[in-house]
Design a protein around this ligand. Structure first.
Ligand SMILES: Nc1ncnc2c1ncn2[C@@H]1O[C@H](COP(=O)(O)OP(=O)(O)OP(=O)(O)O)[C@@H](O)[C@H]1O
Length: 249
């Protein structure tokens, strides 16, 4: 098993609450992992600590990179921002995309922030949008897209840079059930086709059922972990929708 992200004794306090209490956790390369648990159990705090968005009060997070293991707390702000831009992708319920930009500009921006020129970035972004079923919608602003289409834009943005780990927080939380299924299919297939690791915080049993591994939090601690089942990125995820495009753009 090839560990990609390792958390050791992660602890995070807020006034009046312990959001994370000495959590040990390892994500393996290519796994899709659902993080479930009641409201307030620490799911988002765990995701944010693993992604270097939030620094824990104690404990550490280590990302295994091809060159060497990197402890997130050993990096300065600039290095941490760069690592997040290059290695991590984010699909949140809202907030990661800019409404004043078009779909293609939103996706291309992730590449441009990493130094890729505009025309290359937009060409690559358009390929991703097409692979995720949004061909012909590249020039629409977010307000001209449905909720499910906006989440496809977010899924494209999260992966266009080649991020090795994708973090999602309630990616289907604002969608109806049929649209949730479609967006989930797009997310799981695109991540699997590219061999990425997916960590998804969810209240949606459908999301948890379709991930390879389920980790349950309660009161800031992991109380159940279905364990690493399949960590084979070549293994197809069962489809409920037919897709155009192989995703590995
Ligand atoms: N910025 C903050 N300030 C104070 N307390 C916080 C803050 N963020 C989280 N908490 C507290 O930390 C605990 C864990 O919160 P967290 O958001 O991680 O839970 P969650 O499982 O993601 O919840 P939900 O499912 O409702 O989103 C909760 O008790 C919460 O009130």
């Amino acid at each position: 098993m090839n560990a990609i992200l390792h958390a050791q004794q992660l602890t995070k306090h807020y006034p009046g609450s312990i959001a994370l209490d000495h959590v040990d956790f390892t994500a393996n390369a290519g796994e899709s992992i659902a993080i479930i648990g009641p409201s307030g159990s620490g799911k988002t705090t765990l995701l944010h600590c693993l992604a270097g968005i939030l620094m824990p009060d104690a404990g550490s997070v280590t990302l295994n990179t091809p060159s060497a293991p990197l402890r997130l707390d050993s990096l300065g702000d600039a290095a941490l921002s760069r690592l997040r831009r290059e290695e991590f992708g984010f699909v949140f319920q809202q907030g990661m995309l800019l409404p004043e930009l078009t779909a293609v500009e939103n996706v291309a921006l992730a590449l441009m922030l990493n130094g890729t020129d505009r025309s290359t970035s937009e060409a690559r972004a358009a390929e991703w949008l097409a692979a995720l079923g949004l061909a012909g919608m590249e020039q629409r602003r977010l307000g001209e897209l449905s909720g499910g289409q906006v989440q496809r834009v977010a899924i494209a943005r999260a992966q266009v840079t080649g991020a090795r780990v994708v973090f999602a927080d309630e990616p289907t939380g604002a969608l109806d059930s049929a649209t949730s299924t479609e967006v989930l299919d797009v997310l799981l297939h695109s991540v699997a086709a590219n061999g990425r690791t997916l960590l998804v915080v969810t209240h949606d049993p459908q999301v948890a059922t379709r991930c390879q591994r389920v980790v349950e939090l309660r009161d800031g601690g992991i109380v159940a972990d279905s364990g690493s089942a399949v960590a084979d990125p070549q293994q197809p995820v069962p489809a409920t929708t037919n897709f155009k495009g192989a995703f590995n753009v």
